[in-house]
Design a protein around this ligand. Structure first.
Ligand SMILES: [Zn+2]
Length: 218
């Protein structure tokens, strides 16, 4: 990354809207508090700001009412737990998302709001100020989480899965979203996609059913 790119950085803030709301929620458990404090801020993987905000590339997220879970789905499954290597990997995804077609997607910023990596770390990606670009035609009020890996080819690690559950809980708690509004990409997509991959989808289907049953029995 060049000095010129680095100098564009002014977004060293944590996702303030989320944190403001979650901090005031008395219902957080100790593990959720620890997770909140451990979220890696955006500048841990990129110093680049979103591009084209004034060109209409970004729309306000407003109040989120649903969450969608993805995998990155790249052909060679990402299985590296190293933090530094993961930061580089996330930056490569961001670059692909912002590069103009045909090389990239031509979006204003990385498409997802958060990533959960192989070791179970949570990374802040696109600011929650803005709608994501992760479910075509259904990005309104939709928080996008990407689990790093290709779960059509490999199963998620236990740490990744438990972090994904805990973090989704944290968002549900902070934004008063029920597990009935936690989706897998394939459930909302207009065009068929296996995202977030069959292995992860199986896990998430069971998890969601369990959480909905817990709610029903509470
Ligand atoms: Zn997806």
């Amino acid at each position: 990354m060049s000095g010129a790119e680095a100098s564009q950085n002014s977004d060293r803030r944590l996702p303030s809207r989320m944190f403001a709301q979650v901090d005031s929620a008395a219902a957080l458990g100790e593990s959720q508090r620890q997770m909140l404090e451990a979220i890696l801020p955006r500048h841990a993987f990129t110093l680049m700001m979103p591009m084209g905000a004034d060109a209409g590339g970004l729309r306000p997220l407003h109040q989120p009412f649903r969450i969608t879970i993805h995998h990155d789905g790249l052909p060679t499954p990402w299985t590296n737990p190293n933090e530094r290597a993961t930061a580089v990997y996330l930056e490569r995804i961001r670059q692909f998302h912002v590069q103009p077609p045909p090389e990239g997607r031509g979006w204003a910023d990385i498409g997802y709001h958060f990533a959960v990596d192989v070791a179970g770390r949570v990374w802040q990606l696109r600011s929650l100020e803005w709608q994501g670009a992760h479910v075509k035609g259904a990005n309104e009020g939709n928080i996008g989480i990407v689990a790093l890996g290709n779960f059509d080819l490999t199963a998620p690690s236990a740490q990744q899965l438990s972090s994904l559950e805990l973090f989704t809980d944290l968002l549900c708690c902070g934004y008063h979203i029920g597990w009935n509004n936690v989706y897998m990409h394939g459930e909302l997509a207009a065009n068929a996609t296996s995202c977030p991959g069959t292995y992860l989808a199986d896990c998430l289907r069971q998890l969601r059913a369990r959480r909905l049953a817990d709610t029903a029995n509470a």
